[in-house]
Design a binder for this molecule. Structure first.
Ligand code: 3PG
Length: 226
């Protein structure tokens, strides 16, 4: 059962929010070697995961993001991750990102993303941070670090914040996605358990297989129980 989306800033598009919600997962490429980045993106697409985040915490991150945004076919949706400065927002937008993920909530970064036409996905761990992220205009909130906080923490947050679209991220295994979605997450962020930091040709079939498992568990989680 999906809830109506919160209203976004005037003139903004819900396309990114809708696609994140439909896919149920954000695949995070936190790469230390980027030579196979497009092949990784293609493997994720074959497995059914169309939303991908390239983290900018590496000098090659922006170029990698640009390659993925240019070379992956529809319905791929590529964004930037670990965005902590306005300059990174600008670089991400110029490279073709559609969304901007941060580990924390900084209203200045959120405003810059919205101004650049990117959907912000700020990280938040506490009720105060969730409220601040929402007040700054975020419609998708990355609960971070979700794994150590646990599913019970998400459920408790969703008491007062039942209308917030949470994307729990950090320390989540690809084969436990269904539990988080049933617990109220809109989608889940998956990093190192899905894509290794130095992927090579030998890793592509495993990445595709794990992506396929995630896509299947998203469908399972959304199948009404008897
Ligand atoms: C990250 O920091 O890359 C994300 O939070 C994902 O973390 P993970 O590798 O624990 O999934």
């Amino acid at each position: 059962m999906t809830e109506p989306l919160p209203t976004g800033p005037a003139g903004s598009t819900t396309e990114v929010v809708d696609r994140v919600r439909e896919t149920g997962a954000v695949a995070i490429l936190r790469l230390r070697e980027h030579g196979s980045d497009v092949a990784v993106g293609q493997a994720l697409l074959r497995g059914g995961l169309v939303v991908m985040e390239v983290t900018l915490d590496h000098p090659d991150g922006v170029d990698s993001l640009r390659r993925l945004a240019a070379e992956l076919p529809e319905p791929a949706l590529v964004g930037a991750g670990t965005v902590t400065t306005v300059a990174q927002v600008t670089a991400a937008a110029e490279a073709g990102a559609r969304f901007c993920v941060s580990p924390h909530t900084d209203p200045v970064v959120i405003a810059a993303a919205l101004d650049a036409g990117l959907e912000p996905l700020p990280g938040a761990a506490t009720p105060t941070e969730v409220a601040a992220a929402r007040a700054a205009g975020a419609r998708l909130i990355k609960l971070f670090p979700a794994g150590p906080l646990g599913l019970g923490y998400l459920r408790a947050l969703r008491g007062p914040f039942h209308d917030v679209t949470f994307v729990p991220t950090g320390g989540i295994r690809h084969d436990e996605v269904d539990g988080w979605l049933r617990g109220g997450a809109v989608a889940v962020g998956l990093g190192s358990d899905l894509v290794p930091p130095r992927p090579g040709a030998a890793d592509l079939s495993g990445i595709e297989e794990r992506a396929r498992t995630v896509a299947r568990l998203v469908r399972v989680a959304r199948t009404p129980e008897d």
